[in-house]
Design a protein around this ligand. Structure first.
Ligand code: SF4
Length: 71
């Protein structure tokens, strides 16, 4: 059994700094009409796991949660 890397975004904490969008634009977006980021998907590719970890560390609001799901 292996695990897929999942991502959650706590929009109650997000302050819309957009750092996550600059690191992983395929996963995070900051729509023009939104004060908070949104997720474009809830799983990241193996190639993007390092960037996701960087996003988690870089988010000033600690709004990004990395997880794993068995597949
Ligand atoms: S880096 Fe954090 S606070 Fe900034 S937009 Fe992304 S989730 Fe929100």
């Amino acid at each position: 059994m292996s695990a897929a890397t999942t991502v959650e975004l706590d929009q109650g904490r997000c302050r819309g700094y957009g750092i996550c969008v600059s690191i992983l634009p395929d996963v995070f977006d900051l729509p023009a009409d939104s004060k908070v980021a949104v997720l474009l998907r809830d799983e990241v590719d193996a190639d993007d796991v390092d960037d996701l970890e960087e996003s988690v560390r870089a988010c000033p609001a600690q709004a990004i949660i990395q997880g794993a799901r068995s597949i």
